[in-house]
Design a protein around this ligand. Structure first.
Ligand code: FES
Ligand code: FES
Length: 159
């Protein structure tokens, strides 16, 4: 029996978050967002709409951006989860800082994680691809999208 299956059989789920293994004793239907923030004290993943619209809760699951409020613990078990705390997104974060691409900052961590996920699969995305990616997945009520795009331009220019 796989390790994750054994954990579930014992009433828990094995998670790999930012390279560290955890066994979480919680219901399988609990959103990954809640597990990250409450069980693992990883508060960088933000609680926004909790309904799959805003993208504030975005993390990478096996390298793909997912909305952790819509991802049950059961679905994340045994997969690699990466959050803003992983340190792997610092280049994107630094470009955001350089361009001051945040106002209230509530959406920012999710956008940084999502852009890092996009760049991992498409190192030089077109502007149209970036706009479509952000438009589909993220809401920024403060209107910092132009600065986010400048941050991305800065990052790509330095690559
Ligand atoms: S909190 Fe998950 S999409 Fe808004
Ligand atoms: S910076 Fe406030 S919602 Fe995006």
């Amino acid at each position: 029996m796989a390790e994750a299956d054994m954990a579930e059989a014992a009433g828990g789920f094995e998670l790999r978050v930012n390279g560290a293994r955890h066994v979480v004793m919680a219901p399988g239907a609990l959103p990954l967002l809640d597990v990250l923030r409450t069980d693992l004290a990883l508060l960088g993943t933000r609680v926004g709409c909790t309904e799959g619209y805003c993208g504030a809760c975005t993390v990478l699951l096996d390298g793909q951006p997912v909305q952790s409020c819509q991802t049950p613990l059961r679905a994340a078990a045994g997969h690699a989860v990466e959050t803003i705390e992983s340190g792997r997104f610092n280049a994107v974060r630094d470009a955001f800082l350089d361009e001051q691409a945040a106002q209230c900052g509530y959406c920012t961590n999710g956008v940084i994680v999502a852009i890092a996920g996009l760049l991992a699969r498409e190192p030089r995305p077109s502007r149209a691809a970036v706009l479509a990616w952000l438009d589909e997945r993220h809401i920024c009520r403060c209107g910092t999208q132009p600065r986010m795009l400048r941050a991305l331009d800065r990052l790509l220019a330095a690559a």
